[in-house]
Design a protein around this ligand. Structure first.
Ligand code: SF4
Length: 378
């Protein structure tokens, strides 16, 4: 399957924990950005004629895609349509929304241009927690945006929550999940806060101005999973939960090592055996596009056998489908029997047919399990 990711690198205000490449740019940059994006997409199309007609899933991420005005959003879809992306017949077409910029006009433009799935960043329903991480929206505006998205016929909605925020207790997190589960959602994601020391929140933590109780991380994750499972959601990836048939096809393609094209500063793609990304920062990306998008200015990592083995283990173990041992053998690697038996005996891994799948606290210690298996491969 071929996916397409478009990065919209703008946000109204940078959240205190954010370590993405995003800018608090003035709206006048949006027009320039779309001009450049159009040139980047068309340069790729010239090198790979017909490629955009093969796209099956689209994901507009960021940054904040919904920051674009309805007119700018319409232009973005026109650029994609003119490149040959079959916008109205994709298998899935997702757009990220923030509560501050969810409105009926933008929503209409999105849905009329094929968006079938909206992803809303809510993070929490507690005002003091939203403030603690520098989010601009309020619980009320978050709920209003959620209701507006859910009222759009045919639109699937997913929302993001965060846990282990400064000052957050286990019951705060479970109350957020309880509140969310009252809505007709097919998909929910939750992510533990990871603080990059270079962010504003990182500086505040370092100075001791805020505290994060890391001991709560495990309890919040376990209890959050238990709660969502009791409401009929299944964990199909470490941070993603869906009712049957509501999984994100675009994201599943990432974890299955499928191909996807990516455009915009810092957007990462995987095509014809090469992982690549354009310059991360906006000014460098602008220079790259103005120079005609030469491939030598891309960061390119051809994926050989070793890298493919590492990716297969790392990506497949994130999901409920797990690691297909036959696929690993086809790449020329064999599982380390001793390591695997030890993790299985500890209840961190289990066998599902010919696949090795995370189990119990294995989901919490996924990185350790993956690193151990990879470093001991036979
Ligand atoms: S809205 Fe998302 S991308 Fe933008 S600053 Fe906040 S966390 Fe970062």
């Amino acid at each position: 399957m071929l996916g397409l990711y478009i990065h919209i690198p703008f946000c109204e205000k940078i959240c205190d924990y954010c370590d993405f490449f995003t800018i608090q740019g003035p709206n006048r940059l949006h027009g320039e950005y779309l001009d450049l994006l159009s040139r980047e997409i068309s340069a790729f199309g010239k090198r790979h004629p017909g490629v955009f007609s093969q796209v099956e899933t689209l994901y507009l991420g960021g940054g904040t895609p919904s920051i674009l005005s309805p007119e700018a959003l319409f232009r973005l879809f026109s650029i994609l349509g003119e490149a040959g992306v079959p916008l109205l017949s994709l298998k899935e077409s997702t757009m990220e929304f923030n509560p501050e910029s969810t409105d009926s006009e933008r929503l209409s433009v999105a849905v009329e241009n094929g968006i079938t799935r909206a992803s809303l960043g809510l993070q929490s329903f507690r005002p003091e927690l939203l403030q603690a991480v520098g989010r601009r929206h309020t619980p009320e505006s978050g709920l209003a945006a959620l209701e507006q998205l859910l009222s759009k016929p045919g639109l699937r909605v997913t929302t993001d929550l965060m846990f282990d925020l400064p000052g957050q207790t286990l019951s705060h997190f479970l109350e957020d999940l309880e509140r969310l589960s009252a809505y007709a959602l097919g998909h929910i994601s939750f992510y533990g806060l990871k603080v990059d020391p270079r962010t504003r929140l990182g500086h505040r933590l370092e100075k001791g101005l805020v505290q994060v109780d890391e001991d709560l991380y495990g309890d919040m994750y376990r209890e959050g999973v238990k709660f969502l499972e009791s409401k009929g959601f299944e964990r199909y990836e470490v941070s993603n939960f869906a009712r049957p048939g509501e999984e994100s096809l675009h994201n599943l393609n990432y974890w299955r090592r499928g191909q996807y094209l990516a455009f915009g500063p810092s957007a990462h793609g995987f095509f014809e055996g090469v992982r690549y990304h354009a310059p991360d920062r906006y000014p460098e990306w602008r220079r790259y596009v103005e120079a005609g998008c030469p491939e030598n200015l891309l960061t390119r990592d051809p994926i050989g056998q070793e890298e493919a083995i590492a990716e297969l283990i790392q990506l497949s173990l994130r999901t409920k489908y797990g690691l297909d041992v036959a696929a690993l053998q086809e790449l020329g690697a064999r599982l380390p029997e001793k390591s695997v038996s030890r993790w299985v005996a500890q209840g961190y891994l289990k066998w599902l047919g010919g696949n090795l799948v995370l189990d119990g606290d294995g989901w919490l210690f996924m990185d350790t399990v993956v690193a151990d298996i990879y470093s001991n491969l036979e």
